[in-house]
Design a protein around this ligand. Structure first.
Ligand code: NAP
Length: 538
């Protein structure tokens, strides 16, 4: 570590220029700097440039809620694509004059707590050193990609990409023989595009995606302006802060079997009709707690899907008779023509549970079902979610152990925002918070607003060091565990990559505690009291 004089000194350092960083930066009235690994803003939307990449939370709620940002920017689609999301971030940066406080191409490698001076000492991969009193990790849930370790990947002589690292100059899918591995949100989107353009497509599926119709539409700027003038946008943003998922809909106050089968069928149909995530989050209130209710929802979903597939073998792979997990235990993605693409004659599905991938070789992908010759392999295998981006930085707390070491036995946090033994450090949109089971911007803005107030108070009170106690983390973990166990999610086959196996509890937090948290956050004094109690040490 260099001498103090060689280091840039800040009151606060923010890491990451996605929604988290852009929510935090304008709110901190301190000497603040934001470091971002990419060469531009957007976070996951800076990197996500694969064909078909678009958000699956609908507008207007997938944006920052400040009037000055939405009054003169209108998205052109209900579910905007990555290019428009990048333009949006450029708009925010310009409008709030953020650029002067941002350094791009700064990849933070380590952060060490100096207990004597109560400062974080930061090192970047280009040798830059900085120190700060407050450190905000806004690295997002999807910053560390996950690529399964498949024998022979480096022998492949064709094109090989991960969706999160699509070449910025583009890569044509046209008339190619393509293999896609993974059927999460990114997989669904890239499969739809590949299906349109490729000569042949082979999809390697582990878990079928119980996806829902997106129902994309263009937004008419004149109509959107009228909505803004009539206060509909402002009202929508207010509402998002009060619903469990941070979106405009929430479950109805009725159980599944309160309705007759006919009423139920009609209600389910109405949820699918307008598209989006309504079938998942705006249905009966017992769908995630009562197995029979969940089975009824799955049965309806399956019938709707099977109508779109004329090949029974494909139908059983895409919408099996026995559900792969309780409906909604994994976030369903949104699709535009996914089942029609999968139904095409030039598209094959390989069930990797039955035929695991044995190797990738020079010319293609080999499973027990045979060798498939391809020109391009696309890994749509997602991320080392939630914890990966945080533990990837060598952060050493008061006892000299890294965050990775602390979480080796299980994730423990103070209200999903801080970690004991890591003073003056906060993270946004991470484990044991609403995160991926909520709309990102809603969750993040609530956290950022609250965190800005906490630090303002600590600064006013001249507090140098502030950390969550072990007792507070135990209490949070217990509550998270109880909520988790009360849902069907705990009974599902939740298989998220690698490090998520540490953070079983984060999934619960995302869903149920997440709901609780969002509600409480909307009435800040209540959350404030709760947190004051949790941060008893401060
Ligand atoms: P993901 O949801 O984690 O999906 C990864 C996929 O890869 C899953 O289908 C997984 O199967 C599969 N997989 C992993 N290892 C595999 C292996 N060894 N063999 C075969 N398949 C394997 O990742 P993602 O789709 O990139 O999405 C990541 C996050 O970003 C999600 O929270 C998603 O909602 C969000 N996202 C949102 C949008 C959007 O808003 N439109 C777009 C992209 C991503 P299993 O299911 O069996 O694990």
């Amino acid at each position: 570590m260099g001498s103090t004089s060689e280091r840039a000194e800040y009151d606060a350092l923010i890491i990451g220029a996605g929604f988290g960083g852009y929510s935090m930066l304008p709110r901190l009235g301190l000497r603040v700097k934001l470091y971002e690994r990419g060469s531009g803003p957007g976070g996951v939307w800076f990197w996500n440039q694969y064909p078909g990449a678009r958000v699956d939370s609908d507008l207007p709620v997938y944006q920052l809620f400040d009037r000055e940002l939405w009054e003169d920017f209108t998205f052109s689609e209900r579910f905007p694509g990555w290019r428009e999301l990048q333009s949006y971030f450029a708009h925010v940066e310009k409008k709030l004059d953020l650029r002067k406080d941002i350094e791009y191409c700064k990849n933070v490698e380590s952060a060490d707590w100096d207990s004597t001076r109560c400062r974080w000492l930061i090192t970047c991969s280009d040798g830059t050193e900085a120190e700060c009193k407050w450190m905000y990790l806004s690295v997002g849930s999807s910053s560390k990609t996950y690529v399964p370790n498949i024998k022979g990947s480096s022998d492949f002589r064709g094109e090989l990409y991960h969706t999160a690292h699509w070449p910025y100059y583009g890569a044509s899918l046209k008339n190619k023989r393509i293999a896609v591995i993974g059927t999460g949100a990114s997989g669904i989107q890239v499969i739809q595009e590949s299906g349109k353009q490729s000569k042949h497509l082979t999809v390697y599926q582990r878990t079928p995606n119980l996806c829902l119709p997106m129902v994309q539409r263009k937004l008419d700027p004149v109509e959107e302006q009228k909505k803004k003038d009539a206060g509909i946008y402002a009202e929508a943003f207010k509402k998002c802060e009060r619903t469990p998922g941070g979106i405009l809909y929430e479950s109805i106050d009725k159980n599944t079997f309160d309705d007759t089968p006919e009423e139920r069928e009609k209600f389910y149909q109405s949820l699918l009709k307008d598209g989006g995530l309504q079938f998942w989050v705006a249905g009966y209130k017992d769908v995630m707690t009562d197995q029979k209710a969940n089975d009824a929802a799955y049965d309806f979903w399956r019938r709707m899907v099977l109508k779109r597939i004329n090949n029974p073998a494909k139908g059983e792979l895409l919408a099996p008779e026995v559900p792969p997990h309780p409906y909604g235990a994994k976030r369903p993605s949104l699709e535009q023509n996914y089942f029609e693409v999968m139904n095409q004659d030039n598209v094959d599905i390989v069930d990797v549970n039955r035929f695991p991938i044995e190797e990738i070789n020079a010319t293609g992908v080999k499973t027990a079902a045979g060798q498939v010759e391809v020109d391009m392999i696309i890994f749509a295998t997602g991320f080392d979610g939630l914890t990966g981006g945080l533990t990837d930085i060598q952060i050493r707390g008061t006892d000299g152990r890294t965050l990775m070491q602390h979480w080796a036995e299980g994730v423990k946090t103070s209200i999903g925002i801080a970690v004991p033994k890591f003073p003056n450090m906060f993270y946004l949109f991470g484990p044991q918070a609403p995160s991926t089971f909520s709309s990102g911007p809603s969750c993040i803005q609530s956290q950022a607003r609250w965190l800005a107030r906490v630090v303002e108070k600590l600064e006013n009170d001249k507090i140098e060091s502030f950390e969550g106690t072990e007792a507070s983390a135990d209490e949070w973990l217990k509550m998270v565990g109880e909520k988790w166990d009360a849902t069907l999610i705990s009974k599902g086959k939740i298989s998220l990559p690698v490090l998520l196996l540490w953070s079983k509890y984060s999934l619960l937090a995302q869903l149920v505690v997440g709901c609780e948290y969002s509600r409480k956050e909307s009435s800040t004094p209540e959350l404030g009291r709760r947190t004051a109690h949790l941060y008893a040490n401060a």
